[in-house]
Design a protein around this ligand. Sequence first.
Ligand code: GTQ
Ligand code: FE2
Length: 362
Amino acid sequence: MKAEQPNSARDKFHEHIHGNYIYGLWELASQMTAHPEPKAIPYMWPWSQLEPIVKASGEMVPVGDERRALQLFNPGLGGRWATTNNLIAAVQLLLPGEVARAHRHTPTAIRFIMEGRGAYTAIDGERVYMEPGDLILTPSWSWHDHGNETDKPILWMDGLDIPLIASLDAMFFQFYTAQQVPATRPPNASKQLHGHVHLEPTWIKEKPQASPLLLYSWDQTRRALEALRDQEGSPFDGIALEYRHPQTGGPVMPTMACWIQLLRPGERTRAHRHTGSAVYYVVQGQGESVIDGQRFVWSKGSIIAQPSWALHEHINTSASEETVLFSIQDTPVLEKLGLYYEDPLAENGGHQNVASTFRPGA
Ligand code: GTQ
Ligand code: FE2
C-alpha cells in the first residue's frame, strides 16, 4: 500500500484545486444529507407585532412605484428575500385613494384579504373586488394594479413564489406604460364565468396552467367549511380543503397550492412531515402549532413559516371557537418533479415532545 501523503502536501493540493474552482466530492459529502435540512427555520410573525408595523408603514411610506408591502424574511435565510426557501409572504396596505402602479412579473401571486373591503386588484383588465377572506390570484406575467376608492384602508397578505423563480433564473418584471391597465372585462368577470363550483362552461377551450377563476370568495369558502365541519377530516390537517383550478381540478397555480383548514374546538392534529414548505395565515380563532418540537402560540392575523420536512401539528386551544388557517404551499412543484415525500410521526402517539416555546425576536 502506498504511504499517505503528508498533510501539508494534501493541504497544498486542496488549496491548489480550490484556486482553480474545483472541489473534491470528499469535501462535499456532508451536503448530500440523509433528508432535507432547510436553512429556513420555523418562524412566526404574531399579529400583535405585525399590526403596529403595518399601521406605521402607512404613515412612513407613500405608495410610489413599488407597492407598500412588508416582506417577511426568514431569519435562517441570511437576508434572502424569502419566507421559506421557495415562497415569500408579505402584508400589503393600500390607503383610501391610493393606486399601486400597473406591472407584471413571472412570479405568481395570491392575495388573501385580511381587513377592509371594496378595494380592487385589476388583473389583465379585470377588476376583482376584495372582501375579507377572499383569495385572489395573480397568475404569472399577468398585468396588475391595485386601487382603493373606498374611505377605509385595505390590508391583505401577499403570497408569491419569488424565491423559487429567482433561483430558477426565470425572473422578468415590467412596468406598464400607464398607471393603470384599462378595463377590458366587467368587474369579477372570471367569477361570473368560472365560479360555479361543479359546473364549467363547455365553450371555453383554453385551459391555462393557472386557474382562470381569479376570485375565490370567502362566502363560498366559509359555506364549504361549514358543510364539512362534522366530517372526520384528515388526522394530520383537520378539515383541510384545497382551492381548485376549476378546469383541471389541480392546484390554483402551477407553483403554488392554497388551502383552507378548519380546526374544531379542542381539535389536535397528529404530527407529520413532507417535502414542500408552507406559510400559514390565521384567519380566525386561536391555537398552537408545534413545528420541529417548538410551540408557536398564534391568534387571528399571525403568519407562520413552515420549512420543508418540518414535523408539524396544529391545535385549536379554544373549547368553544372554531379556528381557520389559510396557507400557501409549494408542494405542486415537488409533486410535479416526483419529489413529494410524506412521513407521519409514528412514535409518541403521533405527537411531538415540546422542547421550547417560540418568542418573536428571541
Ligand atoms: O402587489 O403586485 O408583496 O409585485 C411583492 C411583489 C406584492 C404586488 C408583493 C409584488 C406585489
Ligand atoms: Fe406584482
